[in-house]
Design a binder for this molecule. Structure first.
Ligand SMILES: NC(=O)C1=CN([C@@H]2O[C@H](COP(=O)(O)OP(=O)(O)OC[C@H]3O[C@@H](n4cnc5c(N)ncnc54)[C@H](OP(=O)(O)O)[C@@H]3O)[C@@H](O)[C@H]2O)C=CC1
Ligand SMILES: O=C(O)C1=N[C@H](C(=O)O)C[C@H](O)C1
Length: 273
């Protein structure tokens, strides 16, 4: 089978670097493009220079150049960058794996619209472990559906710009769906002052930012007399990069459509049928 021809957006970022290393070490993928935005000091340098290696791929700020040979773009940047890349990929038939978080409803709608013409995996967390936790949360919420206060606590490194994390929001969505609630109306993002007693129908979020924490998520189901905690902790970004390659492999034979990592891993309700 031919190799997956992959370009990486945000190639000098924390995830971009991990993705370049992972693609270069993979026998099933080939690095064919590396993008970053204008003004980035690495433009024109080899994409693997930070590893002391030569990949033969130069980082460019020109989408046409960076995507000329690509069948897939893996994008972990910022919503505004991803949406610009999305428009180009839609026009030129490049499949997209989107790990960027922090989109508003309009951004999510643009991704859904583009997926009518190209195949896209869009997921707030590409790790297998977190996606297993999404399933566990669905089961836990259905069982602990009365008398349990639900709080989602997440911790990330000091450089993270969006809060709560996309993963925490995804966990909230899974739980709200399982309980027949609407996350938009039942979420409480932080508390301060005289808040009054806790409303049992809410799902609370707490955000911690500090140091180099890669990504920790805990969901607490707290009742009178007991607590259940379901946690995931990332100690490296490598799991996100491996998940992204798995997503590219999944998209190989998909001409169009919007998929999540649950689909990639065969965990979605549709895959189970
Ligand atoms: N789905 C998942 O599994 C995961 C998702 N993420 C998400 O991925 C995203 C990136 O995270 P991380 O790698 O830590 O972030 P970094 O800030 O380390 O990297 C972001 C990269 O994107 C570039 N970039 C920023 N803005 C734009 C733009 N407008 N157009 C093009 N490129 C741009 C940056 O360039 P410059 O340096 O020049 O600003 C940088 O190269 C975040 O949204 C994060 O939440 C992270 C880990 C896992
Ligand atoms: O910014 C990060 O680092 C991460 N972002 C994703 C998120 O917002 O959920 C995934 C992971 O937690 C790391």
């Amino acid at each position: 089978m031919s190799k997956l021809k992959i370009a990486i957006a945000g190639s000098t970022g924390r995830m971009g670097k991990m993705l370049i290393e992972t693609v270069l070490n993979s026998s099933e993928a080939e690095l064919v493009g590396a993008l970053d935005r204008p003004g980035n000091p690495a433009i024109g340098h080899d994409a693997a220079a930070y590893l002391g290696k030569n990949s033969g791929v130069r980082i460019t700020d020109n989408l046409a150049e960076g995507l000329a040979q690509a069948d897939f773009l893996i994008d972990f940047t910022r919503p505004e960058g991803t949406l610009e890349h999305l428009a180009y990929c839609r026009q030129h038939g490049v499949k997209l794996i989107i790990g960027t978080t922090g989109f508003d409803d309009a951004g999510k709608a643009a991704i859904a619209a583009a997926s009518q013409e190209i195949a896209i995996v869009f997921a707030p967390n590409m790790s297998v472990g977190v996606n297993a936790v999404f399933k566990l949360l669905d089961v836990a919420a259905r069982i602990l559906n009365e008398g349990y206060d639900i709080e989602i606590i997440e911790a990330h490194h000091r450089y993270k710009v969006d809060a709560p994390s996309g993963t925490a929001l995804g966990m909230g969505e899974v739980i709200a769906n399982a309980l027949g609630r609407d996350l938009k109306t039942c979420a409480v993002y932080g508390r301060e002052g005289i808040t009054g007693e806790r409303d049992p129908n809410t799902i609370g979020f707490a955000t911690i930012r500090g140091g180099d924490v890669v990504g920790d998520h805990t969901v607490l189901f707290a009742a009178l007399g007991e607590r259940v905690e379901i946690s995931h902790k990332s100690s490296s970004r490598v799991g996100y990069a491996h998940g992204s390659l798995r997503a590219a492999r999944f998209l190989r034979d998909k001409p169009t459509g919007l998929y999540t990592m649950q689909d990639v891993l065969g965990l979605s309700a549709e895959s189970a049928d």
